[in-house]
Write a protein that binds this ligand. Structure first.
Ligand code: AMP
Length: 396
C-alpha cells in the first residue's frame, strides 16, 4: 500500500491544512496528562514550517455534541503546541465561522493557526459535504496525519479529500509510519511471528483474529476474551466474561488454527475474583478450578511463564489487548509481566493503540517497544484487513 507522500508534494510557501489527532487525555483542570499524540504530529508540522508554509491545524477532541462546548475547547492544545513548536500558535474561536475563515485567509508563511474542535460542527462526524468543502477552501494542500481517526469517514478525514487532486493532498509522516508498520507486519513479518491478543470480548477482535490466523505462527490469548474459548472447550468458567453466541466461532477459530499449523495458546491459570471490584476477594486457580460464581480477571503466573517460553524464539510480536483488568492494580500483574517481557525481547515489537498502549505507558515501557500505534480503533481495522476510509483517497 503506497500513499501519496508529503515529501513528493510541492508545498513550498503554500497554505496547508493538516488534519491531526490531538485527542489527548486531559484531567478535570484542563491539564494534558499525556501529549504523545501532539508530539507525534510535530514531524509533519515542522516539515511544513521548514517549507515556509502557512499552516492550518485541525483536530477533534472528546465527544462534544455537535456544538461549541468550552469543556472541549482546543485552547490547552494550542498552548502545548506553542511550547513544543516554539512558534506562536493562533487559536481560532470557531471551526468554519467568521473568526476561523478570517484568520485562515490572512495566514502568512510560517504562521500556525489551530481551528476549534472539529466536532463543534455537527457535520464533521456526518461527513457533511458543505462542511468538507468549507474546510477545503481554506487551504491549497490537504495533509492527513490523523491516523487515530482515519478509520472514520468524517468531513475532515474523508469528505475533504475530493476537493484536492493527487498533486495537492498527501499523508503526513505519522500516517505514513503507521500504515507502513502495519503493512510490513501483515505482509512481510520476520518469522516466527506471534500475536498476543487480549481485551474484553471476542466480538471486538473476531475479524482481526480471522485475518491474522493465516499470517502468524502463534496466537496467545488473554484477557476476558479467553473465557469464551475456554468455555467452548468445556471448562467451567464461573461468572467470567463469556459471549455465549460466539462459542461456535471460538471453536471454528481454534480448528482453523490447527488446520493452518498455527499454535493457539490459552491461559492455564487465572486470578479469579468474587466480584468485579478492586477490593474483591481473589485467588489463583487453574482454568479447571474456577469456583462457581467467581470470575477470571487476570492471567496467572503459570500462564505468564508459559507465554514467556512461547515468545522466547519469536522474531516479531504484535500485541493488542490487555491480559486482565489492568486498570485495577490487583489484576494488572499479568499484563505488566507480559509487557516487561515484550519490552525486553529482541523481537520487533508492535503494540496496538488504545488500552495496550495505555498500559505499556503506565509502567514506563513505551520507549522500549519498537512501535506503539497512536490509534486503537484504526490499528484494529488494519489488523482486520480493511482499507481505512481516510487512507483510501491518499493511495497512489
Ligand atoms: P478491549 O477494549 O476489548 O481491548 O478491552 C480492554 C478492556 O478489557 C480493559 O478495560 C480491561 O479491563 C478489560 N479486560 C481485560 N481482561 C478482562 C477480564 N478477564 N474480564 C473482564 N474484562 C477484562
Amino acid at each position: 500500500m503506497e500513499l501519496l507522500n508529503i515529501k513528493e508534494c510541492d508545498i513550498k510557501g503554500k497554505k496547508v491544512f493538516i488534519r491531526c489527532d490531538f485527542n489527548v487525555p486531559m484531567d478535570d483542570y484542563g491539564n494534558i496528562t499525556d501529549d504523545r499524540r501532539i508530539r507525534s504530529a510535530l514531524a509533519t508540522i515542522n516539515y511544513c514550517l521548514d517549507q515556509k508554509c502557512a499552516i492550518i491545524l485541525a483536530s477533534h477532541f472528546g465527544r462534544p455534541k455537535g456544538e461549541p462546548d468550552e469543556k472541549y475547547s482546543l485552547a490547552p492544545i494550542a498552548r502545548r503546541l506553542h511550547q513544543l513548536l516554539k512558534v506562536d500558535v493562533q487559536m481560532a474561536e470557531d471551526v468554519v465561522g467568521e473568526d476561523a475563515k478570517a484568520r485562515a485567509s490572512k495566514l502568512k508563511e510560517g504562521e500556525v493557526l489551530l481551528l476549534e474542535n472539529l466536532r463543534f460542527e455537527k457535520g464533521e462526524t456526518k461527513n457533511d459535504t458543505e462542511l468538507s468543502a468549507t474546510l477545503a477552501h481554506m487551504a491549497d494542500i490537504y495533509i492527513n496525519d490523523a491516523f487515530g481517526v482515519s478509520h472514520r469517514a468524517h468531513a475532515s478525514v474523508e469528505g475533504i479529500t475530493v476537493h484536492f487532486d493527487e498533486q495537492h493532498k498527501a499523508a503526513g509522516f505519522l500516517l505514513q509510519k503507521e500504515i507502513q508498520f502495519f503493512g510490513t507486519l501483515l505482509e512481510r513479518p520476520v518469522r516466527p511471528f506471534a500475536a498476543i491478543v487480549g481485551g474484553s470480548k471476542v466480538s471486538g477482535k473476531l475479524e482481526a483474529l480471522i485475518n491474522l490466523l493465516p499470517k502468524v505462527d502463534k496466537i496467545l490469548v488473554g484477557g476476558g476474551m479467553a473465557f469464551t474459548f475456554l468455555k467452548a472447550l468445556g471448562h467451567n468458567v464461573g461468572n467470567s466474561l463469556v459471549e455465549d453466541d460466539l462459542l461456535d466461532d471460538a471453536i471454528k477459530i481454534m480448528e482453523e488454527a490447527k488446520r493452518l499449523g498455527v499454535k493457539f495458546y490459552l491461559p492455564v491459570d487465572v486470578v479469579a475474583a468474587e466480584k468485579f471490584a478492586p477490593d474483591a476477594m481473589s485467588r489463583l486457580c487453574t482454568v479447571q478450578e474456577i469456583p462457581d460464581g467467581w470470575m477470571g480477571l487476570d492471567i496467572g503466573p503459570a500462564t505468564v511463564r508459559l507465554y514467556r517460553q512461547v515468545l522466547n524464539d519469536v522474531q516479531t510480536i504484535l500485541w493488542n489487548g490487555p491480559m486482565g483488568v489492568y486498570e485495577m492494580d490487583r489484576f494488572a500483574r499479568g499484563s505488566n509481566k507480559i509487557a516487561h517481557f515484550v519490552a525486553d525481547s529482541y523481537a520487533t515489537t508492535v503494540v496496538g493503540g488504545g488500552d495496550t498502549a495505555d498500559l505499556v505507558q503506565r509502567i514506563g515501557l513505551d520507549e522500549e517497544m519498537t512501535f506503539i500505534s497512536t490509534g486503537g480503533g484504526a490499528s484494529l481495522e488494519l489488523l482486520e484487513g480493511k482499507i481505512l476510509p481516510g487512507v483510501k483517497p491518499l493511495l497512489k
